[in-house]
Design a protein around this ligand. Structure first.
Ligand SMILES: [Ca+2]
Ligand SMILES: [Ca+2]
Length: 180
């Protein structure tokens, strides 16, 4: 009995002492299919940097969702800085990557993919709410730009006649987030 209590006490101590790692934070299925190089852990969440394939916002969102995550939710400057730094310096990428933020449902009312509203934002000048009426109506999905200090730019979510004619590319890299 006494030894059982002792082992239980150690179990409790162990559980609180666990440091978040790729192995204990990222979904097993993701770890198996993606591999650890494209996974990063920050602030208790697992981030999958899908910097080797290009998807529309809807496709990227569906891929994150199918493995139990969402597109990344950088709700603070520190998380946004972390994503920017990894894109730029670890993966050596200069192109934008989709994050989980859009105003598809309510023009100008940006919401995260976990259905919370934006309290801190990082839009580049002339993007998001300041996009101008015509572009704002068209551009509803947000990507982080590693070459613009992690500022956010809104783009058209999917390919259509306008993206084809204007040469604007809705196929981007993306980042998924898994938070347990
Ligand atoms: Ca919009
Ligand atoms: Ca824009």
């Amino acid at each position: 009995m006494f030894s059982a209590i002792i082992s239980l006490a150690f179990l409790v101590i162990d559980a609180t002492a666990v440091t978040p790692t790729i192995d204990n934070t990222c979904p097993y299925e993701v770890l198996q299919t993606v591999g650890s190089y494209y996974l990063q852990v920050y602030n208790g969440s697992c981030f999958h940097f899908a910097v080797y394939q290009w998807r529309t916002y809807g496709e990227a969102d569906a891929e994150c969702y199918s493995t139990g995550g969402t597109l990344a939710l950088p709700k603070t400057q520190t998380i946004n800085d972390f994503l920017t730094e990894k894109l730029l310096n670890f993966y050596g990428k200069s192109e934008e990557a989709w994050i989980g933020l859009h105003d598809k449902n309510d023009e100008g009312g940006f919401e995260w993919e976990d259905h919370t509203h934006v309290t801190w934002d990082n839009f580049a000048p002339g993007n998001g709410p300041d996009n101008g009426w015509l572009a704002s109506k068209r551009e509803d999905c947000v990507a982080i730009d590693p070459m613009d200090d992690g500022k956010w730019h809104d783009f058209q979510c999917e390919e259509d006649m306008i993206t084809v004619l204007s040469g604007s590319d809705p196929y981007k890299m993306y980042i998924c987030q898994y938070t347990s």
